[in-house]
Design a protein around this ligand. Sequence first.
Ligand code: PLP
Length: 403
Amino acid sequence: MNKHKYMEEAEKDLLHTYKRYEIILDKGDGVYLYDTDGKQYLDFAAGIAVFALGYNNKEYNDALKVQIDKLLHTSNYYYNLPAIEAAKKIKSASGMDRVFFTNSGTEAIEGAIKLAKKYAFNKSGETGHEIISLNNSFHGRSLGALSVTGNPDYQKAFGPMIAGVKFAEMNDLDSVKAQVTDKTCAIIMEPVQGEGGIHPAEMEFLKGVKNICQENDIVLIFDEIQCGMGRTGSMFAFQDYGVDPDIITCAKALGCGVPVGAFAANEKTASAMTPGDHGTTYGGNPFVCAAVSKVFDMFQSENVLENVKEVTPYLESELDKLVSLYDFIKERRGKGFMQGIEFSVPVGDIILKAQEKGLIIITAGKNVVRLVPPLVITKEHVDEMITKFKSAIEETILSTEKA
Ligand code: PLP
């Protein structure tokens, strides 16, 4: 197969929104991926925090095959059993009361914003409410989600953004308080910021934000799209803090490979929505919901959370040893299997060198290497990652320094 010919075709046919690596991935097995030349890669990216259970998992694949042969889609005019089951499992894992299924994380954010606005509208009979989000956050690329994303570079060509969005700083409660007005309807934040460079919220900050919301009847939205579904060692990151939101958004590992997201809310907030307020054709169809349902079952049967809890201290201590070796690495930060290593230089070349060595890692901003592996990795996979990562660092940076 002429790999370069296919890549040229792709560049001709697809919209130029991604700068892709020169790899055509072909199949996956466990925590390894294989390209069309048969080269093996240890995957510490999991399709950006998606493939929690690893690739080619027979039980998961079989459940999807059964549902394909039964019924793929119904529309939301009718009930379907997989959606009912999947919703129950999300409720029981999150403590939320009602679920709306979407097709992506971005759409879950859109729905959460609309729900918060409707809640505020029902109270006051007025529109024009404000939302507080955080700098450095990422919530998606559609206009609503982009409007609450704290990264002006992503927004600048697409204005105007939706009105009334204000930004505060992660872990700076005073900056949040300063943005609250009698028009504020929601505060939206990731308990652990992902794309922005892996920044976990501090306990006091999250508790403080919750207090602000309670005192002012503001809807608290936690975006758990990246940090949820077991990544931090709890089913949802907010459970590590013991701070309950009014709405959560979820996607990525929720379907472990099929495109599905959800927002879920407590009854007080959820009851603001009435028929006609929101909808989607594909959202919550039997196919994706069969996947969601199986994912929750397998998180239990495969002890996924226990594995994250058990391997995390080893992953962190091995990464800390690596960090201490080089003065051009600033720090490691993160929670569970969501780790960021901040360098004082751009990391693009390290990512490429790691690929050469058969390791897939990704960035979170220019200077941060992000590790979000499948949740089923073992200590042996950590060792393999460290060996490959270390030699990628040394061959890239130390050779540049010598030159
Ligand atoms: N929110 C967070 C925290 C994310 O990490 C992402 C995607 O990376 C999104 C929202 C958008 O989700 P999606 O890409 O599924 O639309």
